[in-house]
Design a protein around this ligand. Structure first.
Ligand SMILES: Cc1cc2nc3c(=O)[nH]c(=O)nc-3n(C[C@H](O)[C@H](O)[C@H](O)COP(=O)(O)OP(=O)(O)OC[C@H]3O[C@@H](n4cnc5c(N)ncnc54)[C@H](O)[C@@H]3O)c2cc1C
Length: 376
């Protein structure tokens, strides 16, 4: 399947199913329950129509083709705000790594349910004292017969309270083993001992959780990769995050920027919108090259830190422009549409934090791409 042919099929499906009416109305988009329920319904329909399956291998319930097809699907859906980018990203963040490192039986069993929206997966990496410095994580996994027992606490676990499974990074080496002593597991969230406690964000949604693991028994076949190979899994996941996920976030930003154009009536407003537009298209040009690289089977390395810096800055430029153009409305308008702009502006503040902060990305660019000396 070629991308142009696939795009035409997606657009035609959207038109046949009500077009923009498929989008969740702003009065419901502040509820994570509603957002996820809506997404599950869309995913089920797309899966049954075959469109959700393109870009994934047959052994995972897919129909084959490159990840570029998934980028197209995400672009057409988020570009019309039919799904929200954050929850839509989760199968893109975690799916490729489970395909790469998971046992074939597990992939064949769990993946079709993930694609059909019957399951949501979450990412249990960050901890109260391990964010940027992920290698210092303290959650442990100890051997118990053939399996493992996990203990510890994860933080900022997006959608954990709605998730069926979690990719957990845990220490299987000695306490000072750093990134070498980390392993990755796909853990069922209904295992006794797991508690996901929602945290309300400044966008006023309970998107993420503090997630505790108390003597959580994990079977041997839930290890992803090899014992001590969790860092490789984590790096793979971070590389995949720079692919279709960023592309669809760009489409989401384009959708919001287009809504601002009619309000840009004076020179200052036009300059703000113009600047955000320039940043968005510079990002898209950059990201297009990354999508092509991924479609050829090459996951991006440190160079994709540039993509992350650009998309985060663009995100904030778009919603800062909205804040100015809405002229106080973003702070005071409590209508569903006003509240939705406010949530999006607040969420855009997190763009320079999640998936690796902008400071860390700039470190990577200066040290690994530009070869500058450390500490200069
Ligand atoms: C909306 C959102 C969703 C998230 N979802 C998830 C999720 O689903 N799963 C998950 O595991 N995590 C998730 N996270 C957590 C995210 O990965 C971390 O917030 C991020 O890695 C930063 O870690 P931290 O918050 O501990 O900040 P810290 O690492 O403590 O950093 C604090 C500040 O210090 C700076 N800093 C730290 N080290 C350096 C350095 N070496 N050089 C220069 N500056 C430095 C950082 O840039 C930052 O400004 C999410 C975060 C957000 C905001």
């Amino acid at each position: 399947m070629q991308t142009a042919e696939f795009r035409a099929a997606v657009v035609s499906w959207i038109d046949d199913h009500g077009g923009q009416e498929l989008a969740l109305s702003p009065d419901r988009s502040g509820s994570i329950d509603a957002v996820l329920g809506h997404q599950r319904r869309i995913q089920r329909m797309l899966f049954d129509a075959g469109l959700m399956r393109w870009g994934w291998p047959e052994r995972a319930g897919g129909l084959g083709g490159t990840p570029a097809l998934r980028a197209v699907l995400g672009e057409e859906l988020t570009g019309r705000a039919i799904v929200h980018t954050a929850p839509w990203s989760m199968h893109e963040v975690l799916g490729p790594a489970v395909l790469e490192f998971g046992p074939p039986d597990l992939v064949a069993d769990a993946f079709p349910r993930l694609l059909r929206g019957e399951e949501i997966w979450c990412q249990g990496f960050s901890e109260p004292d391990a964010g940027s410095d992920l290698g210092s994580l303290r959650t442990t996994a100890t051997r118990d017969g053939d399996g493992w027992v996990i203990n510890g606490e994860k933080l900022w676990t997006s959608f954990a309270h709605h998730a069926s499974r979690c990719v957990v990074l845990a220490r299987t080496g000695e306490p000072r083993s750093g990134s070498r002593g980390v392993s990755a597991f796909l853990v069922d969230m209904d295992t006794p001992g797991i508690t996901a406690s929602p945290l309300r964000t400044m966008a006023d949604v309970d998107e993420f959780c503090s997630t505790s693991f108390l003597n959580v028994a994990v079977p041997a076949n839930r290890l992803l990769g090899s014992p001590g190979g969790g860092w490789q899994v984590a790096q793979y996941i971070l590389s995949c995050e720079r692919g279709p996920i960023f592309w669809q976030r760009g489409a989401w930003l384009g959708h919001h920027l287009a809504k601002l154009v009619p309000a840009a009536r004076d020179a200052r407003s036009q300059a703000l919108v113009g600047d955000a537009f320039q940043q968005l298209w510079a990002f898209r040009a950059r990201s297009m090259a990354t999508q092509r690289q991924i479609a050829q089977g090459n996951l991006p390395g440190p160079e994709a830190s540039v993509d992350k810096i650009m998309i985060a800055a663009t995100d904030q430029a778009v919603f800062d422009a909205a804040r100015e153009l809405l002229d106080g409305g973003l702070e005071t308008d409590d209508s569903p549409a006003g509240a939705a702009w406010r949530r999006e502006w607040a969420y855009s503040r997190a763009a320079t934090i999640y998936g690796g902060t902008s400071e860390i990305q700039k470190d990577i660019v200066s040290l690994r791409l530009l070869g500058l000396p450390r500490g200069a």
